[in-house]
Write a protein that binds this ligand. Structure first.
Ligand SMILES: [Cu+2]
Length: 191
């Protein structure tokens, strides 16, 4: 005789869960609750949250702000790209475009800056290699991040949002000057 799925089975057709299964269901449920609680806790207590400074900005206005910033603090060039060394605590402007990051930034270790990111054409992605940093760079929005570089050296900015045929060439640079070199530089200035 055929039965359809619309008819409920009669009587006790199921086997009750065994003790081991009950333990696993309990552990899985408890872990779900931990992860669920972590969402608001991490939002409030996590150290990795972006600072959330956002403004609307016309791509052309952003581009001229980057130009102004570059003019103000340029100290040289790096492979044809302006090399800029802003003072501690400065607002730093980085521009993404097809297919370049400009300018090259020279920052000091353990010093706070406000890094502004925006694009003047399409969506790009900001990845700092080899660190685990990842932000979207969107035209029309100025996205500010309060950053303090804690490791010195040269870091590459890789575009991680496909933006056309030159996407793989879109590599920028951040140079972080180590602490002892900063002291040496200050010594030279006072000499
Ligand atoms: Cu890209």
């Amino acid at each position: 005789m055929y039965r359809t799925a619309l008819e409920a089975p009669q009587g006790v057709w199921w086997k009750p869960a065994g003790p081991t299964e009950k333990i696993w269901v309990t552990i899985a449920f408890a872990w779900c609750m931990v992860l669920f609680a972590m969402m608001p806790i991490w939002h409030l207590r996590g150290a990795q949250n972006p600072s959330g400074i956002r403004h609307r900005v016309e791509p052309r206005a952003y581009s001229s702000r980057v130009y102004e910033f570059t003019q103000q603090y340029q100290v040289g060039t790096d492979n044809g790209v302006p090399l800029v060394e802003p003072p501690p605590g400065a607002h730093v402007y980085l521009q993404a475009s097809m297919w370049a990051w400009t300018p090259v930034l020279r920052l000091r270790e353990d010093t706070e800056y406000t890094l502004h990111l925006s694009s003047i054409d399409v969506n790009h992605g900001f990845s700092l290699f080899p660190l685990n940093v990842n932000f979207q760079v969107v035209p029309g929005y100025d996205y500010g991040l309060v950053v303090t570089p804690h490791s010195a050296g040269e870091f590459q900015i890789i575009c991680n949002e496909f933006c056309g045929v030159g996407h793989h060439l879109m590599v920028g640079k951040v140079i972080v000057v180590p602490k002892q070199d900063q002291l040496a530089a200050v010594g030279e200035e006072t000499r």
